[in-house]
Design a protein around this ligand. Structure first.
Ligand code: FEO
Length: 394
């Protein structure tokens, strides 16, 4: 299926990783792609490479279009190794002296990964590179999502090569948004929630800046998943919505359980929320992957966390989830805690402390129940659900 000409003289030459199921802790149940782009003009440029083990596939794909030695320039939009892992192999094949364009931070970061005497050409924000009839403009996008990240924009054809932004971990034979339709939006949302969420304020600023600059976009080419060509504005609008993190009347009850007591508590909370018209969902931490839960966290107004007390602490999966969520810095949430215990019962206090550190509004001291919830205990959980429902937007 690769290479594919995505516009006249522009080819997607990367690789499909059908089998990856864990991408540094993110569940990639449908695999992913490492997209790389070959621009054939008077000069030939390669934008980004692939993960190291796919480097030969990249070179084979390029060879179907041009002799790799004819590549004049390599552009690295982002240092992370899913896009730079193949760089050493590519540079060796095309010529170690070929100019390698990257941001100034990219230069620093690439040197840490590849301490070699390559012909680095660090570029400033707004720097340009002429390929003949085409000109590439480089736009620094620091912390979207690494300090080195940048976009490359082909102004004549109005194509944005956007690195990780607007990507999705999705491996399929479809290459464009119009070939897959609405289904891709879940993958784009999951990608945003798990990779870009902590940088939401920067995304909103970037969209403002791009609007001010009047950049026209006919196509957005990310480094993962499908290319946006039917309606590139759709994914930009979705990013604005996701980055705004407006809470919905939606609640997640995220929990683990040892002997089903904390689970019974979760069920009572979910029932009460549902009766109040809240879109409520229980998410058991050993049945739902943390990255799928975070996708739901993105637009939920309330996150209610339940944990048994195990050896005076949190159940390990709950601690894992709280650590992961804290790093992603979700905003505009209310929260509460619950859990069963045997003799010491620290879990509710520990969860509350974590939620407060995340700047969630903790709306109740929480419900802790010794051993198995009786009718009064279930009622307390039910009341907690009702209280949370009252605090959520109508
Ligand atoms: Fe797809 Fe930040 O690498």
């Amino acid at each position: 299926m690769r290479p594919i000409e995505i516009a006249k003289g522009i080819y997607e030459v990367g690789a499909i990783d059908w089998n990856i199921r864990d991408f540094h802790g993110y569940s990639t149940k449908e695999g992913t792609t490492y997209n790389a782009y070959l621009l054939v003009d008077e000069k030939i440029a390669l934008i980004d490479t692939v993960k190291r083990e796919f480097a030969d596939e990249l070179i084979d794909n390029i060879s179907q279009i041009v002799d790799p030695k004819k590549i004049d320039y390599v552009i690295s939009n982002h240092t992370e190794m899913d896009h730079s892992g193949g760089l050493a192999r590519v540079m060796h094949r095309i010529g170690e002296d070929k100019p390698l364009y990257c941001s100034k931070m990219g230069h620093k970061n690439l040197l840490k990964h590849f301490p070699r005497k390559w012909n680095y050409q660090p570029v400033a924000n707004g720097g340009e590179l002429s390929l003949g009839k085409w000109t590439l403009t480089f736009l620094e996008t620091r912390m979207l999502h690494w300090p080195d990240s940048m976009f490359s924009y082909l102004k004549e054809d109005r194509i944005l090569f956007s690195s990780d932004a607007f990507g999705q971990h999705y491996a399929g034979l479809e290459r464009f948004d119009d070939q897959i339709g609405e289904e891709i939006m879940y993958h784009a949302k999951k990608y945003f929630a798990n990779i870009l969420l902590p940088h939401s304020p920067l995304i909103l600023k970037l969209v403002d800046k791009v609007t001010e600059m009047g950049l026209k976009l006919d196509m957005i080419c990310p480094d993962h998943g499908i290319i946006w060509r039917e309606d590139p504005s759709k994914i930009i609008k979705a990013y604005v919505e996701w980055a705004s993190q407006e809470p919905k009347r939606k609640a997640l009850v995220v929990y683990d359980t040892m002997w089903h007591s904390t689970e019974k508590m979760s069920n009572a909370i979910v029932d009460a929320l549902g009766e109040e018209g809240v879109d409520a969902k229980p998410m058991h931490l050993r049945n739902c992957h943390r990255s799928d839960i975070i996708t739901e966290v993105l637009d939920a107004g309330a996150i209610i966390v339940g944990s048994p007390t195990l050896n005076n602490g949190l159940f390990p999966t709950v601690a894992d989830f709280l650590t992961y969520m804290k790093g992603l810095k979700p905003i505009n949430k209310i929260g509460a805690a619950f859990g069963s215990y045997g003799w010491s019962g620290e879990s509710v206090k520990l969860i509350n402390r974590e939620l407060e550190e995340m700047k969630f509004e903790v709306v109740d001291p929480g419900v802790k129940i010794q051993y198995v919830p009786d009718e009064t205990g279930i009622e307390a959980c039910y009341e907690l659900g009702k209280k949370i429902a009252k605090k959520l937007p109508k």
